[in-house]
Design a protein around this ligand. Sequence first.
Ligand code: ARG
Length: 457
Amino acid sequence: MKLWGGRFTKETNQLVHNFNASLSFDQKFYHQDIEGSIAHVKMLAKQGILTTEDRDAIIEGLEGIRRDLESGALTFTAEHEDIHSFVEAVLTERIGEAGKRLHTGRSRNDQVALDMKLYTRDEIDELDGLVKSLLEELLKLMEENLDTYMPGFTHLQKAQPITLAHHMGAYFEMFDRDRSRLSDIRKRMNYCPLGSGALAGTTYPLDREYTAELLGFDGPTLNSMDSVADRDYVIELLSALSTIAMHLSRFCEEIIIWNTNEYQFVEIDDSYSTGSSIMPQKKNPDIAELIRGKTGRVYGALVSILTTMKGIPLAYNKDMQEDKELTFDAIDTVKGCLALFTGMISSMTFKKDAMEASAKNGFTNATDAADYLVNHGVAFRDAHGIVGQLVLYCIEKGIALDDMSLEEFQAISPVFEEDIYDAISMQTCVKKRMTIGAPGQDAMKKVIEACRERLEK
Ligand code: ARG
């Protein structure tokens, strides 16, 4: 039964088998395992290491296994150690002698290195699609909300007026960088480890360039020890996933705040909310909270693999089997979070009036009042002090800067004229911020165009 039973005189202890086995989780990449084996036998036959009859029998057998796994006609059984043993055993059972030649010039060490890379690469492509959908949703919100005013915050205190387009644009940049991180990782990892053998290559005249090409790699890896021992790309991916999770989590935190009764900037759709078993009035942002909460397990996966890898001498060691469950979990978690998050924000209602009203109180135009004085020849530090006095006066009277009469303005500084009202109106405050990257509509329009281009590239 065991691939390696030859030199053993005793059966494996059952607990040892269970502890050692990985089939329960590496079955997730049966498709990639079979794809890799097909490429391997094509190469073996091309090099005259395998006859074309054996090649055809093996390929047919492997494709049959894949079909039967997909249809459910064939199921995984726990007596097999891992996906590699399982496929080879079923193949040999089905096609006989030829099946035993499949593993010529290959080790499970380069095989698992390949499978994990193929699986990860496919998942990166899926993740990229999900981040792209989110970016499209954000861009739509940006285009629709150039004039939707809201307060921008620092220290969670109202700071200056911005627009919803600008706020969404900040997240667009973050997720766009996430996308570029995924594409960097894909580029860097895209070299084929197959043909590295256990650690020192093989004595067969393999054509590694050919296998690499068949599997869509940019070329073969260049050191056989590194090939079987490298999990850098897993670490990089988990790091990129952690960053995506962190961005989603920050965004969720804002949505949770905005969705409170105190803010009422947004209302999460009923279809993305949950209720309370005891409090009939409740409508809770559970999905946003869960996405925020799941960030922990994604970080956990990163720290876990970093810790596993730090003490491993070259080349392959079984420790590396630990890369799989946590990577699969992190990928599935982030994919789920991305899909749900995009659904949540595309169905969410932005309460524009509440946002605008909030931007109007809280002195978000105080900087602009100071800038007004500067434009009339007052030194900025003095202007800052004068507007500080205005704010203090307004707080005492319970009014906004815009509500002060011109006499009240002039009592504090004679520099103020009638045009102060226009200078500190929210429309002006936003419109005048027109440096690239700022919320002013002219600046935002240019940025939106650039975002659209990046997205369509
Ligand atoms: N299940 C193993 C892993 O995930 C496959 C490689 C086993 N190689 C070995 N020499 N035991 O790493």
